[in-house]
Design a protein around this ligand. Structure first.
Ligand code: SAM
Length: 272
């Protein structure tokens, strides 16, 4: 449906949608790039996709072009007239919800099994990711395809031992598999953000047995709350944890960033 469609730059000008920094607005106008992002989750024809922050609708159009149905939630009411036009063109395949993605009851609005695809506002990106990674498992969504600042993307996929490895890596990797699917240069956005971006693609994996998600969350909060300290000091904040280290073959003199995801899973299982 993008063939012959009005250029996004004109849609933005016609509706007076100058980007607002407070809403994390950096728009992508390049249709080829948008099509490449929409292709990351795999074939979407006939599926319902959940998009957060459609803005003037560039990524939304690319998703509709794949044959998907799209449910999109946008907080900036200025974008609604442009999205209403797109709804008309999409003939029933686009539904826009006016509101804050942090507030909506996603499962009730979208149903189970939807891929989530979003060029996220940076100021709510991590909060939304942690919400999607938390809660019951398997999750209601089937995959996440999300734009982040590159540095945040590197923290999501980080392996043990490096400076990027921490709570976000463990939250993303203990029951899911994330990868960096694409790097995106600052110049691809209007206006360009200060830093480079990357698109993460993440699919759920089976949840390890016997692990309470709240326990692994508290454990990593304690361990990385003082990441320069040895575990025997940082884990004092987690009742019972110190006693479990030696039976699991984990030296209490190690620091949080040297433990593998499997180590955290084993420790959380012992404490669950
Ligand atoms: N998807 C468009 C694109 O790729 O060009 C716009 C991306 S822009 C980085 C982020 C969009 O998210 C903006 O349209 C902004 O208004 C919207 N937004 C910001 N906070 C939001 C929230 N809490 N809930 C829903 N949308 C939000």
């Amino acid at each position: 449906m993008s063939d012959g469609a009005e250029p996004l730059r004109d849609v933005i000008a016609r509706h007076g949608l100058q980007a607002t920094k407070a809403l994390g607005q950096n728009f992508i106008l390049d249709r080829q790039l948008l099509a490449r992002i929409a292709a990351i989750p795999g074939p979407l024809d006939g599926k319902t996709v959940y998009e957060v922050g459609p803005g003037p609708g560039g990524l939304t159009r690319a998703l509709l072009d794949t044959g998907a149905r799209v449910v999109a939630v946008e907080r900036d009411r200025r974008c609604l007239p442009a999205l209403a036009e797109l709804e008309q063109e999409a003939k029933g395949r686009l539904r826009t919800i006016s509101g804050d993605a942090l507030d909506i009851d996603e499962r009730a609005e979208i149903g189970d099994g939807a891929p989530i695809v979003a060029n996220l506002p940076y100021n709510v990106g991590t909060a939304l990711l942690l919400r999607w990674l938390g809660g019951s498992w398997p999750p209601w969504w089937s995959s996440l395809t999300l734009m982040f600042q590159r540095e945040v993307a590197e923290r999501i996929v980080a392996k043990p031992g490096g400076e990027h490895y921490g709570r976000l890596a463990i939250a993303a990797q203990w029951r899911a598999v994330p990868k960096i699917a694409m790097l995106v240069h600052r110049s691809s956005f209007v206006p360009p953000p200060k830093v480079a971006s990357a698109v993460i693609h993440l699919v759920p994996a089976p949840q390890p047995e016997g692990v309470d998600p709240a326990v692994i969350e508290r454990l990593t909060a304690a361990a990385f709350g003082q990441r320069r300290k040895m575990l025997r000091s940082s884990l004092k904040a987690m009742p019972g944890a110190l006693e479990e280290l030696e039976p699991l073959g984990i030296d209490p003199e190690r620091r949080a960033e040297t433990l593998s995801i499997d180590d955290y899973v084993a420790l959380a299982r012992a404490l669950s």
